[in-house]
Design a protein around this ligand. Structure first.
Ligand code: SAH
Length: 359
């Protein structure tokens, strides 16, 4: 199989051209065709001499994904199901709202972490996505949004998988997404959501990037988080909160805590008291996510009144909280509803196997 050219950083692209006796600036031209003009073949790169285009086709792949399914929800959220070369399947979502146009991107085929409310971990984990596979999703979603005359404004790494568990490929892709000569989306408009991998959060703090960090907290103390998120046994609640505090101090950036509202489980009086205590000294806001039903779990979504009252009580306690509007629920594109529906059972690990191994 040929290397996908979208796996090359801009420096690597320049070096490639030098290695074949061409000028490095050709790399910039190729990048512009791929990331700005959105072409899917070397033939279309008209300002490159034909022999170079032919050479590129021999050395690299630049294919679109196979779209296995495209579903559009009533409010315009579009979910793509893509087939990858090895029959793995991943999902990406275009979310247009009044003020922004967001691409929700997957970083792994499946998920290792087995959170007890999320569909993405049910089918287990197969593999990391390559830098090219991450970028190709963005290119498809961008193409779709441009059809509706809406330039992409935001990227959220909230699709299937754990972004910080695929650190190198993710950051290679982010550099191209962020680069004005690439997709050109400002760092502050790029959000990484994580289950809370403490060493990676510490590593991120050192890099002092301007990207947004969102932590899937979901539990209000160690016990409640242990029940909902097996990863908490490896990186307990207090350690995670400490890492977030340090992250805020080092980067001066506000962290977002994502907190799922599950009836009688996470929306309780005890939760409010505990969260207020935990957030002491952290510059943060809370993004409350109404639980989106996943049939395998027995949870219930609280009523609208219960959710509003939970939010208001948090705010009275001095915690800044917003409620996330569910998007794409009717096409199973909302948070936690993206699945790993891969066909290749052979390599797949179930969350339980992985927990003893990795977590
Ligand atoms: N692995 C990363 C990226 C996924 S982001 C992470 O966990 O942060 C997807 C977001 O949707 C996470 O905050 C996740 O916890 C949340 N989520 C998962 N299942 C959900 C559900 N059933 N209802 C609402 N939100 C859910």
């Amino acid at each position: 199989m040929k290397l996908d050219i979208r796996n090359l950083s801009f420096e690597e692209l320049g070096s490639y051209f030098e290695s074949i006796g061409e000028k490095a600036f050709r790399g910039g031209q190729v990048a512009e065709w791929i990331y700005k003009k959105g072409v899917w073949s070397f033939d279309e790169m008209l300002n490159l001499p034909k022999p170079i285009r032919e050479r590129l086709s021999v050395d690299f792949d630049l294919k679109p994904n196979t779209i296995a399914e495209k579903k559009i929800s009533q409010e315009g959220t579009t979910k793509f199901l893509f087939d990858l070369y090895d029959t793995e399947k991943i999902e990406s979502v275009l979310i247009p709202t009044a003020t922004r146009t967001t691409a929700c991107i997957s970083t792994q085929a499946g998920c290792k972490f087995g959170c007890k409310f999320c569909a993405s971990g049910i089918g287990g984990w197969s593999r990391n996505l390559t830098c090219a596979e991450i970028l190709t999703q963005v290119l498809h979603v961008k193409e779709e949004s441009l059809k509706h005359k809406r330039p992409l404004t935001n990227i959220v790494f909230m699709g299937t998988g754990e972004p910080l568990d695929n650190f190198d490929n993710l950051f290679k892709a982010i550099r191209i997404i962020n680069d004005p000569k690439g997709i050109g989306i400002g760092a502050r408009h790029i959000t990484i959501s994580t289950v809370g991998l403490v060493p990676k959060i510490k590593e991120l703090a050192k890099q002092n990037l301007q990207i947004e960090l969102a932590i899937s907290l979901h539990g209000f103390d160690n016990d409640s988080r242990n029940v909902l998120m097996p990863v908490n046994r490896k990186y307990p609640f207090d350690e995670l909160i400490d890492a977030c505090r340090e992250y805020g101090k080092a980067t001066k950036r506000q962290i977002t805590f994502e907190y799922i509202m599950i009836k009688d489980v996470t929306c309780t009086d005890k939760a409010i008291v505990s969260l207020k205590k935990a957030f002491r000294g952290i510059i943060c806001k809370m993004n409350l996510i109404p639980y989106n039903p996943v049939s395998e779990f027995g949870h219930k979504t609280p009523s609208r009144e219960e959710m509003l009252s939970f939010k208001n009580r948090l705010e009275e306690f001095g915690v800044h909280a917003t409620i996330r509007t569910p998007r794409g629920k009717d096409v199973n594109a909302a948070c936690g509803q993206l699945r790993h529906s891969a066909m290749s059972e052979k390599n797949k690990m179930t969350p339980n196997e992985i927990q003893s191994d990795v977590i």
